[in-house]
Design a protein around this ligand. Structure first.
Ligand code: NAP
Length: 251
């Protein structure tokens, strides 16, 4: 850390921190002492609610509207609120969407939308954060992939491609940034109970549950504790890895 950076707030950025897994990560990192900058795209009240919860427990957090698939919005966020203003300890690329359909019927728009948010959005944030982390000579980048990025899943070719892409991106960038003391890892959750999975019908949920050796769905907190560990000193010799948090599920 440079001498002039020492007095700056120690920040963790969590994209898509307004709900689900991103909310749990934001709460956990705040508990671990970081000032949390969480982003959202449409649910301002939820994002502010997460900040209020953190503030009420004596922590520090701010919410920002940033569509990660929009390069200008990502660039402005880092320029206006991060670069030179805080010490950026960790970036968690969590924002993600699904738009499922069988490949034969998938519209190009559904393909592009999912790749743009999940993969290109992750790339935009990494590019901006790594400029700052290189100067700091320190940083952690944690990308949220998925079990289906490792295994594939019918009806989710766009989502699986985006999540497998995140794994390749993680491994390449880990190699590029290791000499600068920036550690880059991915977390691959299995089936976690959030808005994203709430929509699935009961029969599909039963099929998934039957494949989970630990016989329960994961919680956002299960993922958050792994992310917090990867951000901690205890994980300072780990880079370029994909950590599965899936109760033993392999589709
Ligand atoms: P979720 O409950 O649907 O929340 C998605 C989050 O992403 C929200 O905060 C949302 O913001 C934000 N977001 C969506 N589009 C965005 C954009 N264009 N720019 C910025 N933020 C955007 O999802 P989740 O289940 O917590 O999943 C979080 C991550 O874990 C995703 O990457 C997902 O693919 C991954 N994952 C989830 C599961 C699971 O079982 N749930 C399993 C494996 C991996 P708003 O609230 O403003 O809409």
């Amino acid at each position: 850390m440079r001498r002039e950076d020492k007095n700056l707030p120690r920040v963790a950025i969590v994209t898509g921190g307004s709900r689900g897994i991103g909310k749990a990560i934001s709460l956990k990192l705040a508990k671990d002492g970081y000032t949390v900058y969480l982003t959202y795209v449409s649910k301002k009240e939820l994002a502010q609610g997460v900040c209020d919860e953190i503030l009420s427990h004596g922590g520090d957090a701010k919410a920002f509207m940033v569509d990660v698939s929009n390069r200008d919005q990502v660039t402005s966020f880092f320029k206006d609120h991060v670069r030179g203003k805080v010490f950026l300890h960790v970036l968690v690329n969590n924002a993600g969407i699904t738009s499922d359909g069988l490949v034969l019927r998938m519209r190009e728009g559904d393909w592009r939308k999912v790749i743009d948010v999940n993969l290109t959005g992750t790339f935009f944030c990494i590019q901006e954060a790594s400029k700052i982390m290189v100067r700091q000579r320190q940083g952690r980048i944690i990308n949220i992939s998925s079990v289906v990025g490792l295994s594939g899943n019918p009806g989710q070719s766009n989502y699986c491609a985006s999540k497998a892409g995140i794994i390749g991106l993680t491994k390449a960038i880990a190699l590029e940034l290791a000499p600068r003391n920036i550690l880059v890892n991915a977390v691959a959750p299995g089936f976690i109970t959030t808005e994203m999975t709430k929509e699935l019908d009961e029969d599909t949920k039963k099929v998934y549950l039957s494949k989970i050796p630990l016989n329960r769905f994961g919680t956002p907190e299960d993922v958050a504790s792994t992310v917090a560990w990867l951000a901690s000193e205890e994980a300072s010799y780990i880079t370029g890895q994909v950590i599965s948090v899936n109760g033993g599920l392999y589709l």
